[in-house]
Structures are given as C-alpha cells and as structure tokens.
Design a protein around this ligand. Structure first.
Ligand code: MRU
Length: 291
C-alpha cells in the first residue's frame, strides 16, 4: 500500500510502477486531479503532469480527462474507481466462456486486481471461469524485465488457489510446440481504432507464436482502453524506460559496464493476430464502437 498526499508523490509512484496497470492508472489519474482540487491547486496543470508520467496506457489520460471535465473531480474519481470493479467483473463474465474445461491458459505481465481497482481484466476472466467451476491451469510468463508475472500474477493466482506454473518468457514457444497451451489471454494499455494492441513488451511475440500454432489469442480490456483517436498501432507512443532495468537485476548489475541496452516497455500486436476483444459489453472479433 502506498499513500500519495501530493500530485508529485503520485507521479513518483506511477513512474516507479508502484501504481501500474492500465485500469489502475485510469483511477489514479482521476484521483490525482481530485487530489489537486482538494489541495486548491491548478487541476489542469496537475492533469498535464500526470498524463506525462506514462504515455502508452490511454487509461491514464482518460481518467485525468474524466475528472477534469467533471463538476466535482472528487466525486468523479470515486465513481470511476467503483465503476472499474464492476466493469472488470463484467469482462470476467463475458470472457469466462472462452475457457473450456481443462484449458491450459497462458498469460503475460499482470492484469489482476492489483493492476485495476479490483478483480482484474485478463486475470479477472481466468478468475471468473475458475470460480464458476471451470477446471483450468495457468502458465505465468515471468515478464522481463520488471517481472510483473513472477511478482504479481503468480501471487494473485496463489491467493485465489488457481493452479499456476511460472515460466521464463522465452519458454512460451516451447510450451506451444509441445501442445501444452490451449489459449492465451492478455490485457492491453491502448487499443487503436484499427484494433492494434499495445501491451507489455513480449506480447507481440506471443501473438505471432499463437498464429503459428493455431492457438487463440485474446485481449481483455475495458472500453476505456480503446482509443478511437489513435488510428493504428504505429501511432501509439511506446514508453521507453531506463536501460538500467535491463542491465541490472534486483539492483545488482548483471551486464558489463558500458554495454548499450534498449528497454521498450510495450510492443504492438497487429489486430489481425487477435481472436477477440473481451470487454464489459461482450466479446468482439474487432474493436467495438464507442459512444
Ligand atoms: O508497465 P506496466 O506494468 O504498467 O504494464 C502493464 C501491462 O502491460 C498490462 O498488461 C496492462 O496495463 C493491462 S493491466 C489490466
């Protein structure tokens, strides 16, 4: 648990990934504007600073804009937070039917309750299916370099009592080749108008592998992650993070000093590789229309 009492503190938590995951960022963005309002600060300036902390997850800008355009930013932030849980549970109900009994599901990064206000998106689908009595098991990608899978997904699945096995990201192809994966379901940080999906680095290669092995690849996300203003994946700004996250592990330098390293936090999966978009309104073969 972290407590931010200033917008600067909140931005610090977002920048260091203490607060992360697209839906959680949406709620945090709205809460940040509410915090500025309570403190009597310039809410437009606060919103601009918040939006700049992480560019890829559209939910952050969405949450900021929702609070900025509300008569009462505090009430709006609280409403969005409560609404997030209900929407995620609806995503779970719509997606649960995609998971047949006995399925071995592979997921990437972390899309559970801690990445949202509650319940989760892709992990929420898995949870809903499990709690409805579907026998299933989960392959958990560790998700280099921050290890959201190893640190968060594995923990949440353990708390829920769902059978899960942690694997190195690079093992996904081998698991598919040996016939041990029935479907892949991941979350998203931004879905462009044409259906291209920005999500945690490593997602794209999973989608390509799924295509090769004829395994369905699903994306679960609330409608707030769909961005009609962004035409396609090439127009999505992909956050680049510090090279230290790749050259070091848990604070210990593992690569030679002076080596070049590139650390893109997200990649873009073309819409053609997505079997379906699981939203709170249903499962769609292409991006749903927005109001
Ligand atoms: O860099 P992160 O940890 O914020 O990346 C998160 C992801 O890529 C998630 O898959 C996405 O935000 C969906 S969270 C329900």
């Amino acid at each position: 648990m972290v407590e931010a009492t200033t917008v600067a503190e909140l931005c610090g938590f977002i920048g260091t990934l203490a607060v992360r995951g697209a839906p959680a960022l949406g709620a945090a963005g709205a809460m940040g504007v509410a915090l500025a309002a309570v403190r009597g600060e310039d809410i437009a300036a606060a919103g601009a600073i918040l939006k700049a902390t992480r560019p890829t997850a559209v939910n952050l800008a969405w949450g900021v804009d929702k609070a900025l355009s509300a008569l009462d930013p505090v009430a709006e932030a609280l409403r969005l937070a409560a609404d997030d849980v209900l929407r995620n549970m609806a995503i779970g109900r719509h997606g649960a039917g995609l998971i047949a009994a006995g399925s071995r599901v592979l997921t990437h990064c972390h899309t559970g309750a801690l990445a949202c206000v509650g319940w989760g998106t892709a992990l929420g689908v898995i949870r809903t299916a499990w709690e409805a009595g579907t026998d299933l098991s989960v392959w958990v990608d560790e998700t280099r370099p921050w290890l959201q899978g190893a640190r968060l997904t594995a923990w949440e699945l353990q708390m829920l009592g769902i059978p899960a096995t942690l694997v190195a990201d690079v093992m996904a192809g081998s698991l598919m080749a040996s016939g041990d994966v029935d479907l892949v379901i991941v979350g998203a940080d931004r879905i462009a108008a044409n259906g291209d999906v920005a999500n945690k680095i490593g997602t794209y290669q999973l989608a390509v592998l799924c295509h090769h092995h004829a395994i369905p690849f699903y994306v679960a996300a609330p409608l707030s992650t769909f961005d009609p203003a962004t035409a396609d994946g090439a127009s999505i700004e992909v956050e680049e993070r510090s090279a230290d996250e790749v050259t070091s592990f848990a604070g210990v330098r593992i690569a030679p000093l002076g080596v070049a390293a590139l650390n893109r936090a997200f990649d873009v999966t073309p819409a053609a590789l997505v079997a379906g978009y699981v939203t709170e309104e249903g499962v769609f073969p292409s991006p749903p229309l927005w109001d």
